[in-house]
Every structure is written in C-alpha cells, then in structure tokens.
Design a protein around this ligand. Sequence first.
Ligand code: GLP
Length: 264
Amino acid sequence: MEIIIKNDYDEICSEASQIIFQEWQKKNNIVLGLATGRTPLGVYAKLIDSFKKGELDFSETRAFSLDEYIGLKKDHPQSFAYFMNKNLYHQINIKKENIHGLQGLPEDIDEHCRQYETLIKSVGGIDVQILGIGSNGHIGFNEPSSSLASRTRAKTLTEETIESNRQFFKGEEGIPCYCLTMGIGTILEAKTILLLAFGENKAEAVVNSVEGPVTATVPASALQLHPDVKIILDEDAASLLTRKDYYRWVYSNKKGVERYAKKL
Ligand code: GLP
C-alpha cells in the first residue's frame, strides 16, 4: 500500500486525477470504476476540467459504478446513476453505451449482479477503481461483516449508514435500506485502487484499514491484500496513523527508488 498524505482536499483530488491521467495516457480505452459520495467530487471536477482543456478524451473510456440503492429509479435525484450523470458523465464525452451502472429496480437482482460481473470481465476488468470510505470502514456498500471474497450482490445497509444518508432524503418518506454493490472480491480485482479520504470523521476508519488487521469488521482493510493500492489522505484523515513520518518519507523518496528500479 502506498499512503499519500496531502495538505488538503484539493491536493488529494489533484493527485488522484493525475494518476488517472497517467493511466489514460498509457491506455486511452481505460476502464474506470467510480464511486459516489462527497469524496470523489473534486476528482471528477478536475477530470471535467482536463476534458474541457482538451487534455483528456473520454471517447474510448468505459465506466462502471460501484453501487446503487435498491428501489430508486435511474432519474431519482438521490440515485447513484443520477449522481454520476450530473457530476461527471454529462460533462465529458464518454459514450452512453460505455457507461455501466447497477440498476435500482432490476427484474432479477441475482441475475443482474451476475451480468454486471460478466460485463466487467468482458472488457478486461477495471483499470483504476476510485473509492471513498464510510466512517465505519465500508467500501462501496460493503458494510462491516461483508465477506472479503464477496461479489456484486444485494446488501442491507447498517443503521449508521442509513442515518448518515438521511440528510440527502429530506422530505421523502422512505430512505433506502437496501443496495446493490460490487463485492470486496470484485473491487480487489481492479488493477489499481485509489482510496481517498478527507476530514477527521474518517480518521478512525483510515487507521483501522491501514494499520489494523485484515478483517471483515473493517471492509477497507481488505485493501491490504491488493498489490497496487494508493490511500490518498488529508492531514485530518491521516491524523491517527502511527507511521505518518514513514509514509511521508517513502513518498518524498519515490522518484529515487523509481529511477533505481528502472536501471535494474
Ligand atoms: C456511501 C457510498 C460509498 C462512499 C461512502 C462515503 O456509503 N456507497 O461509496 O465511499 O458513502 O461517502 P462520502 O464520500 O460522502 O463520505
């Protein structure tokens, strides 16, 4: 794992969008796995900006959403499909047929989830997966106790997650308590994973995920098993890490080790 500690949210987003840009330069038909939530919004804004400046072209890009609420139509303002359209897809030149998401109202949930997995495999897998983290350590909607080998499936949200979502469903009768999400096993198959977190309320989930044991109780701790994961944090989200100085040291000496590795 590479732990990258930045000064603020804007720097987190610059780092993540730069990594996506570099991967896109290597492979224009990059396959992205994309998360919703407040955390990746700044990254999407930077990608849109690069597209508008003519630096990035998404015409061959494919995108897969990480999760979706069960019971919401695609055009519901709180659906993740709506979120991704509004905050990214409608502002770049990605082709409609290259946008993939889990449906909120599938006819057959199990079949829909199986097809999603098959589709991801059929395009060669996800190249870069963007993740946020829940304050209980969830990734996607893989709540604590999710199997570390889980695949795309339906899940019941924890009361804690439902509560934190309440603010977004003001004036509505039912807040979704079920969802579809890529599994932890699915996420771990992405070639590169970028987990982003900012703010103090993520600090405990971050330290448990990065420096704690690998456990289903903290789903993001499964990322310790992945060979290419970057955890990009601001000072607040990194505040409980015990090896901060070491992570900074590694990051600031990265160029040197890369040069050396290339010579070998
Ligand atoms: C939801 C999403 C996750 C997201 C998490 C954190 O549960 N399913 O993908 O990472 O919220 O959201 P935020 O980035 O708003 O803190």
